[in-house]
Design a protein around this ligand. Sequence first.
Ligand code: GLU
Length: 298
Amino acid sequence: MTAITAHSRPVFRFAPSPNGYLHLGHAASALINRAMARRHGGRFLLRIEDIDLGRTRQSFVDAIYEDLAWLGLEWEEPILQQSSRLDAYEKAAGRLSELGLLYPCFASRAEINEAAVRMKSGLDPDGARIYPGLHRDLPADVASGRIAAGESFAMRLKMARAVQLLGEKAGAVLSFDEIDCEDGPRSVSLDPLRWGDVVLQRKDVPTSYHLAVVVDDAYQAVTHVVRGQDLQPATAIHRLLQELLGYPAPVYHHHGLVRDALGRKLSKSDASTSLRSLREAGWSPADVIEKLGLEDLH
Ligand code: GLU
């Protein structure tokens, strides 16, 4: 756990991806972040996670600022945009590569799916088939020949090797500290192996969510990661990468998800719960807070 000295204030962040309008779930996450930052005397940062260059729109970035300001949130400037940090992600990937932990995978999504079904790969915590290891053991000269020929490739993590490399440190990696709003930290166990060889650099951009989030949480000295429960399993990958890259471990709070009437997680593609449409329908920020049952946080 990161030591918080008397001189350093805790750092919290809300990190939305601008590929749609924020909905009630984002409002909950941002408000819980701010409330916890206040309670801990911490700073509150906003980070724009815009590495998905194909789906990011400037209009969604502008809408994030507008919707959060409407909710009454304030954040520190300058705001970090991940699209300006590609060099930092390359550098971090380079360090993992030097450790012999990355390899190129040239396979298409369809080829990977076909192989995963044929090889009866298990499911990862998100319910996707685990990468069946297709190109893990390509001879180096074959891989470099394909790269030289201009084939596109993703870089994947040799997960088993990474866990093995950490050896006795793995005890620390395989858990993280979860704090609740009221209670102190409790240790949660993790198993990064359940994710298989995750992509750390995509074919179209030299990072993936997992790499970028870990590099930037360290860069911004984030001490408290507050986000939805759906991201809790991914914390296994994040803790592993933090250890491999020599970054400190933040503490985490994974809050419950806002669900629709049918119990489904809210989606950006359903306009009816976007903060924008609720605002247009006459909702006030207080109505949002009441709907989320977060009155006590204020
Ligand atoms: N950008 C991610 C999202 O919008 C959140 C990342 C995080 O909080 O770790 O789902």
